[in-house]
Every structure is written in C-alpha cells, then in structure tokens.
Design a protein around this ligand. Sequence first.
Ligand SMILES: NC(=O)c1ccc[n+]([C@@H]2O[C@H](COP(=O)([O-])OP(=O)(O)OC[C@H]3O[C@@H](n4cnc5c(N)ncnc54)[C@H](O)[C@@H]3O)[C@@H](O)[C@H]2O)c1
Length: 351
Amino acid sequence: MTAFRTVPGDGPLRLVVVGAGQMGRNWLRAIGSSALVEAVGVVDLDLAAAEDAAPPSAVVGRTLAEVVDRSGPDAVVNVTIPEAHLPVTGEALRRGLPVLSEKPMAATPAEALALVRIAEETGELLAVSQNRRFHSGLWELRRLAGQLGRAGILTHEFFKAPHFGGFREVMANPLVLDMAIHNFDAARFLLGAEPVAVYCEEYNPGWSWYGGDAAATAIFEMTGGVRFVYTGSWCSPGLETAWNSRWRLSAERGSATWDGEGRPVAERTGGAPATADAVDDYPGDDLLGSLTLFVRALRTGEAPMGECHDNLRSLAMVHAAIASASRGERVRIDEVLAAAEADVGRLLTAG
Ligand SMILES: NC(=O)c1ccc[n+]([C@@H]2O[C@H](COP(=O)([O-])OP(=O)(O)OC[C@H]3O[C@@H](n4cnc5c(N)ncnc54)[C@H](O)[C@@H]3O)[C@@H](O)[C@H]2O)c1
C-alpha cells in the first residue's frame, strides 16, 4: 500500500493548473463543472494564454512559485508538455503539494522514476490522469470479462485519420508515444494483468501525412500468459473506430466485444449472452473520473488509479514497444524499468 499525505476537509479541493494550452483549457472546463474542485490559480509561460483560460477569480502567473504563494492551493494539476513534467511536477511535490499530472508522467521512464522517488521522499501523492479509463462501457467490459473465466487474448484496433498539424505530424513515434499509452493502460485495467514483454513493429503507410511512424502492431505478453494484441493507425481514413478503439476479449468460457462507444456485448460458450453486474463504484466520465479519484484519495488515503508507482508500468509498455520496434526484437518490461533505475540517480543529482 502506498502511503501519502492526505488533505482533510470537505470543501472543494483548491487547484492550480499549470499549462493553459489545448488540454489545459479542457481541464479548466472540467474543474469548473465539478463541485469537488476549484481552480484558484493558472500558470503558463505564455501569460496571455493563462489569462485567457483562467476563471475570473483565479490568480494568474508565469511561474508556479508566484501563483502558489498568492493562491495557497491544496494541489497542482500539471498539463504542460511532457518535457516540462519533470521540472513542474518535481517542484510542486517539493513545495509540499500533491500532483495530478496529464499523461505521460514524464518524457522518459527515467524521468518518471525520478518523480516517483520525489513523491516517496516528500510523502506527497503523484497520480497520472489516464482519462480514457473513464468510460462506462470499458468498466462494463471489465465486469463482463470477470464472468468469462481465464482471459486468453485481448485484441485492440484503433484506426483514425486526424490532420492535427503541429508537433504530432513531425514527432518520432506519434502513435505509440502520444496515443497508445491510453490503450496500453486500458488493457492493464481490463485484464487486471501486468505487462511482461512486447514485440512491436512501427511503420508508416505510404500515404501517411506524418513524419514519424503513424501505425504500429504490438503483441504484449501479460501476466498469466494472456496476449494483448494492439493494432493502431493515425492515418486510416474510412470506417474509423471510436476514439476509445474497438476491443475483443477471448476467454475460457466465452468472448466479449466493445465498439468503444456503446455498451459491450458478451457471449458464453454455447451461445448464451452474458450480462454484467450493476455498475460498481464508477467515478464519472473522462477527466471527471480522474478528478474524483484524486480528490477521494487525498480525503481518504485510498490510492487512486494512475498512482505513480502503478502508472510507471503503463509508461514502460510504451517505451518497451518503441525499443522493440527499433531493435527488431522482443523486449521485457523489466529491462525498461532497470534502465530507468540505472539512470535515475543522475537525474536526481542534476535536479
Ligand atoms: N489525455 C488526453 O486525451 C490528452 C490530449 C491531449 C494532450 N494531452 C496531454 O496534455 C499535455 C499538454 O498537451 P497540450 O496538447 O495541451 O499541449 P499545448 O502545447 O497545447 O499546451 C501546453 C502548454 O503548457 C505551457 N508550458 C510548457 N512548459 C511550461 C512550464 N514549464 N511552465 C508553465 N507552462 C508551460 C505552454 O506554454 C502551453 O501553453 C501533454 O502532456 C499531452 O500529452 C492529453
């Protein structure tokens, strides 16, 4: 059990949001719609962006130090770019503030592990929002899976064709690095299993408008011998899947499918339908699910989904897949975590 400092109280949790870009604005909207939280400060290197995005009563500034001193928050939400996650989250934790971070926890597994160490050292909670876990269909699929016996194969398809412009069209590994962490994390959630090793190929279809590889197929071995077969593409026009992908679980006593939007369906051996139990403790959709669990964690001490020790394994899946594709061989998740461990001392000394 991971222990962290709790924040007693029953009013809204006072938050400073760092990063007022596209996703920061989504966070501010979600925070504004929830009675559990309140945005008391907004930070961005681009002051005009912070001013434009902030609610009227919030303190606005260019640095975390300045805004924290003036607003006295209970916690920080980090929605900066991944390269800024180590310095921003690290500073917030060291100032005695718990952090809810956008994915990825940090730009590399070693940087993420450095943050895990800082969270341990300071006793503050660090959680990563994997907002795509929070869809009632995915939770129902997980409950259905629980009725079908041992899982064997989980297959996943993500086919979309967005023209984002900007950094995604020039970065290396745009699909695996920027998007697939959601799906890898969801597979761990669905199966209740941990990644062991992966074989991955990344490629760029001839018509792709992305500079880096916009498509990938990966086979993960999960604990218990389950295989999670991931296929995805950012440049597949026609019959696009939902943003939450298309899933199929093949298990010992039946199968279940989900189209990523509606309700999943399941069939037992012999053809009878399977139905899920009533909804369990579902915390709400999308960013509200992450916020609810973060607030509950700080009020009760119950570790939230995305707690940093746990989330490190979702991040390691991403980097193991990229290493596998570049080396053309199967890569163990332990290897990625050991390499991060070897590097973390240097980062903590430098920081
Ligand atoms: N969960 C999702 O569905 C989802 C979707 C999009 C983006 N994201 C994640 O959200 C984060 C932000 O992405 P975005 O698309 O909003 O990026 P963005 O570039 O639109 O915005 C980032 C903002 O952070 C600011 N910033 C950068 N470094 C800073 C620092 N050190 N201090 C203060 N401000 C700083 C920038 O000025 C910019 O305004 C990333 O981690 C990204 O992966 C998640």
